[in-house]
Design a protein around this ligand. Structure first.
Ligand code: IPE
Ligand code: IPE
Ligand code: MG
Length: 240
């Protein structure tokens, strides 16, 4: 956080999910190439993980690369893959020191072998940590997730129930996100956590991701703390 004001913890979300959007526009507004924004966005993601860890958030899921992002110009895709690989290599020691458990959720088979190895290594290094769980959603799509979970359930021969299906979703044992933030001004889900976000509180910010700092997170948390989560019940039932 950029100042010392404490955030109220009584209504702190356990799980925050973020669609980190607006990197390209952030760079273009500065007369730079889009990839410059991805670099700045990566720095911001690292900072966000640190802040969430400090606040006591248990799960942070960051949408870094969607199944549809492969359709971008080859040069941008390849920059993003390189940035991902370099960041894994450079950051995993620090994450480990900070007791962060890193997981990459998404179709890892879509990455080249070197990147797959770097992912496995970072996940193995941090597997026993019990601080923040940091899920990086890469080559992730909500439809893919539901399909791969269904496939696994089918193979297991278990009964088709919601509880059984959920066990196979990429987010694993994490609770569903309490708060889903999208930066960059668009108001859509873009195939993010389609199943898991069924009852998430949505927060849309016009701020472009590289500018979404601790102050901005604080605004989102304050907004979240005001919400009444009803899960289909009446307000009276919820306040008891
Ligand atoms: C989000 O920023 C990062 C990725 C999707 C990889 P964008 O690259 O989508 O930035 P804008 O939306 O074009 O500004
Ligand atoms: C969503 O952003 C994916 C990520 C932030 C990784 P996009 O920029 O790809 O979403 P659309 O295309 O505007 O819906
Ligand atoms: Mg975008």
């Amino acid at each position: 956080m950029s100042d010392n004001e404490p955030v109220t913890t009584d209504k702190l979300p356990q799980h925050i999910a973020i669609i980190m959007d607006g990197n390209g526009r952030w760079a273009q507004a500065r007369g730079k190439k889009r990839v410059f924004g991805h670099k700045a966005g990566m720095e911001r993601a690292r900072e966000m993980a640190e802040t969430c860890g400090e606040l006591g958030v248990k799960f942070l899921t960051l949408f870094a690369f969607s199944s549809e992002n492969w359709n971008r110009p080859a040069e941008e895709v390849s920059f993003l893959m390189d940035l991902f690989a370099t960041s894994l290599k450079n950051e995993s020691k620090k994450l480990n020191k900070n007791n962060v458990k890193l997981k990459v959720i998404g179709d890892k088979a879509g990455f080249d072998k070197g990147l797959q190895k770097a992912i496995d290594k970072a996940e193995a290094l941090t597997a026993d940590n019990d601080g923040l769980t940091l899920n990086i959603a890469a080559n992730y799509g909500g439809r893919w997730d539901i399909m791969q979970a269904s496939q696994q359930l089918l193979t297991s021969g278990r009964e088709l129930t919601e509880a059984n299906l959920v066990k196979y979703l990429a987010t694993g044992t994490a609770p569903e996100p309490d708060l889903l933030i999208r930066t960059g001004g668009e108001k859509r889900i873009s195939n993010f956590l389609l199943w898991q976000a069924a009852y998430s509180e949505l927060y849309f910010s016009d701020v472009l991701w590289p500018d979404f700092d601790g102050e901005q997170l604080k605004l989102a948390l304050a907004d979240y703390a005001q919400r009444q989560r009803r899960f289909g019940k009446t307000g009276e039932q919820v306040t008891g």
